[in-house]
Design a protein around this ligand. Structure first.
Ligand code: NAD
Ligand code: WQD
Length: 334
C-alpha cells in the first residue's frame, strides 16, 4: 500500500516508517517539523535502504492536504501528528485542541474528499485514566484527567462515529503504553527539547551528566517497591504493531481499539537498575512527592493485539535500555 504517515519524522513515526518500508509499503511523510527534523528522513532511508517521500506541512492546512492527496495515490493514513506533553496541555489547552482535534478533523475531511477510507490512529493508554483496573482490556471504562488525554479520547469517539456513519471506513485505534528505546542502529530515537517530562529521556540526561539526578515521583504507591509501575515497550516492537494494524484495515471495516503493550510491568526503580546494569552507568536519584495525575500501575492486556494483529512484543527491558542509550549518547550530546 501507499501509506501517508503524518508525524512520520517524530519518535514513533520514524520507527514505523522503517518497518513499513521493510514490509514492502511505500511511505509518504507529512510533518510540520514542530518536534522533529528533516534529517530523520535520511536516517530512515539509510536504515531501510529505500526512499521515503517527504512533505513539510501541517495537518491543519486543508489546501496543503488536498494537494498531497491529489499528487499521491494514498491507500491508508497512519496518523501520529500532534502534541503530546500532558503538563503542557494543561497550560495550553487551546493549542492541544487545535493541533490534535482540528488537525485530525481537517485530515479526515481531506481524506473523505479523496476517497481514502483507512486510518490507523495513535491513541494512548492515558484513555484508561483512573477508573480502569490493570491490566487494562480494551473494553474497560475510559476516563481522562487532562486536555491531552481528552484529545485522544475525543478522536477515538470521532472515529467511532465516523465508522458508524460510513460502513466502508476502517479505523484502528492503537493505544500505546510507554514506548522507550530506539532503533538498534542508533540513527533514530527520541530526543526531546529541554528538560524531559518522561522517565526514560530524563534518565538519559542524568546518564549524560546533563542533569544531576533523577527525581522519583513517589515511593509510597501500592506496588512492590512503592514506585509507579508502567508497561514499557520497545519502540521497534511498537512500530511493528502498525504493520499489522494496516493489514487489519485492508481486510476489515469499523473502529477497533487495540492495546500495544507487553503486559509486563516495571517500576521506576526497576528501570533505573536495568539501565545501570545494561549500560554500566550509575543513575543517582532522590525520592520526591507523587506527581499529580499519576496512577500507581498502568499495564496492558495484550491479548487482542495477538488475536487481531498476530503481534506480540519481543524485545526485553535490557534491549530497551541499551538501544535507547546508544541513540541518546550521540544525539543528546550533539
Ligand atoms: P513526536 O512529537 O516525536 O512526533 C509527532 C510528530 O508530529 C512530530 O514530528 C511533530 O513535528 C509532528 N507534528 C505535530 N503537530 C503537527 C501538525 N499540526 N502537523 C504536522 N505535523 C505535526 O511524538 P511521538 O512520541 O512520536 O508520538 C506520536 C503520536 O503517538 C502522538 O500522537 C502521541 O500523542 C502518540 N502517543 C505517544 C506516546 C509516547 O509516549 N511517545 C504514547 C501514547 C501515544
Ligand atoms: C513513568 C513513570 C512517573 C519522570 C506518559 C503520558 C502518557 C503517554 C506516555 C502519551 C511514572 C515516573 C517520571 C520522572 C519519575 N504519553 N517518573 N520521574 O506518565 O506513564 O505516561 O507518557 O500518550 O499519556 O502520561 O510516563 O515516563 O512520564 O512516567 O519518577 O522524572 O516514571 O511518576 O511512574 P507516564 P512517564
Amino acid at each position: 500500500m501507499k501509506v501517508l504517515v503524518t508525524g512520520g519524522t517524530g519518535f514513533i513515526g520514524s520507527h514505523t516508517c522503517v518497518e513499513l518500508l521493510a514490509a514492502g509499503h511505500e511511505v509518504v511523510i507529512l510533518d510540520n517539523l514542530y518536534n522533529s527534523e528533516r534529517s530523520v528522513c535520511d536516517a530512515i532511508t539509510a536504515i531501510a535502504k529505500k526512499p521515503v517521500q517527504f512533505y513539510q506541512g501541517d495537518i491543519r492546512d486543508r489546501a496543503g492536504l488536498d494537494r498531497l492527496f491529489e499528487a499521491e495515490n494514498i491507500d491508508a493514513v497512519i496518523h501520529f501528528a500532534g502534541l503530546k506533553a500532558v503538563g503542557e496541555s494543561v497550560a495550553k489547552p487551546l493549542e492541544y485542541y487545535d493541533n490534535n482535534i482540528t488537525g485530525t478533523l481537517t485530515l479526515l475531511e481531506s481524506m473523505r474528499a479523496h476517497g481514502v477510507k483507512r486510518m490507523v490512529f495513535s491513541s494512548s493508554a492515558t484513555v484508561y485514566g483512573l477508573s480502569a483496573t490493570p491490566p487494562f482490556k480494551e473494553d474497560a471504562p475510559l476516563s481522562v484527567t487532562n486536555p491531552y488525554g481528552r484529545t485522544k479520547l475525543m478522536v477515538e469517539d470521532i472515529l467511532r462515529d465516523l465508522c458508524a456513519a460510513q460502513a466502508d471506513f476502517c479505523a484502528v485505534l492503537l493505544r500505546y503504553f510507554n514506548p522507550i528505546g530506539a532503533h538498534e542502529s542508533g540513527l533514530i530515537g527520541e530526543n526531546p527539547r529541554g528538560i524531559p517530562n518522561n522517565l526514560f529521556p530524563y534518565i538519559n540526561k542524568v546518564a549524560l551528566r546533563q542533569l544531576p539526578e533523577l527525581h522519583v515521583f513517589g515511593n509510597d504507591y501500592d506496588t512492590p517497591d512503592g514506585t509507579g509501575v508502567r508497561d514499557y515497550i520497545h519502540v521497534v516492537d511498537l512500530a511493528k504493531g502498525h504493520v499489522g494494524a494496516l493489514r487489519l484495515c485492508e481486510s476489515s471495516t469499523g473502529a477497533t481499539a487495540i492495546n500495544l503493550g507487553t503486559g509486563t510491568g516495571y517500576s521506576v526503580l526497576d528501570i533505573v537498575h536495568a539501565f545501570e546494569k545494561a549500560n554500566g552507568i550509575s543513575i543517582p536519584y532522590v525520592i520526591d512527592p507523587r506527581r499529580p495525575g499519576d496512577v500507581a500501575v498502568s499495564l496492558a492486556n495484550p491479548d487482542r493485539a495477538r488475536q487481531l494483529l498476530g503481534w506480540t512484543a519481543h524485545k526485553t527491558l535490557e534491549d530497551m535500555c541499551r538501544d535507547g542509550w546508544n541513540f541518546a549518547k550521540r544525539a543528546m550530546e550533539a
